[in-house]
Design a protein around this ligand. Sequence first.
Ligand code: GDP
Length: 299
Amino acid sequence: SKLKEGLEKTRKGITDKIDDLFTRYGEIDDDLFEELEEILITADVGMQTTMKLIDMLKEELRIRKIKEVSAVKDVFKDVVEKLLVENGHTTFEVGNEPTIIMVIGVNGVGKTTSIGKIANLLKAQGKSVLIAAGDTFRAAAIDQLKVWGDRVGVSVIHQSEGSDPAAVIFDAVQSAKAKNADVLICDTAGRLHNKVNLMNELSKVFRVIDREYPEAKKEVLLVLDATTGQNAVQQAKVFNEAAEISGIVLTKLDGTAKGGVVLAISSELQIPVKLIGVGEGVDDLQQFNPHDFAEALMG
Ligand code: GDP
């Protein structure tokens, strides 16, 4: 499957090492857990989440009275899935009510690409979609968004570089209402180096949306780049202070050995990873599914 292929590098970092670990050990002991811990930390699961997973594994092995090393892997797979589900997993879905999707994240993480992919996905479900080019700071961002709009057949509401993002979003909301669009996807600026400005800008845009279209359902998706590993977790913590994030889009899972970061995000932030990017193409976006993820990861 595409997910399995996409996670190939992470798999090499986790599964192959875990397999090797379980062939080397004759019995379940502390050294085995310590080595497992190391493997997980190397795959960017993060210290805190790794400890939690190991504790859950030990508990599960005790409950199931498992003594054979050969059986540990399947239990661990279940534990990975359980951790993701426990922290509140929900899929990405747009209902029948008009919906506004705010897409936030740092420049370069794959925001533009993800917006294009999401627009395509929703169009395929028969929704009428509009995109708002709310990152007015970068001319390239507006252009790239227009390219994606053309590619997937969705209109992009935009103004010139440097214009007020709140004004663009205001326009786009009026347009969405006038056209009865099912979904409006809003791009936003992502200059995290000026945290206060970024937060102010985001809250201004949120206020416009709430004021102009209170009846619309709101979804706030944070885009994170899986290749940045623990940095992605840090970004999520910063954005979490600025906005009520309803889901995460984790991009570039295909090119990285750091797929374990999914577990860190889920466990440390309790924000569901809803969509994953597994390539640069328009179809390379998938619903995140804890069971499939655990299967793809652990083989
Ligand atoms: P933005 O600055 O956040 O809007 O980032 P872009 O959408 O322009 O993406 C930055 C780069 O990452 C581009 O070259 C994209 O093709 C690439 N990219 C985005 N998502 C993915 C993904 O899921 N997998 C891979 N391999 N590349 C991606």
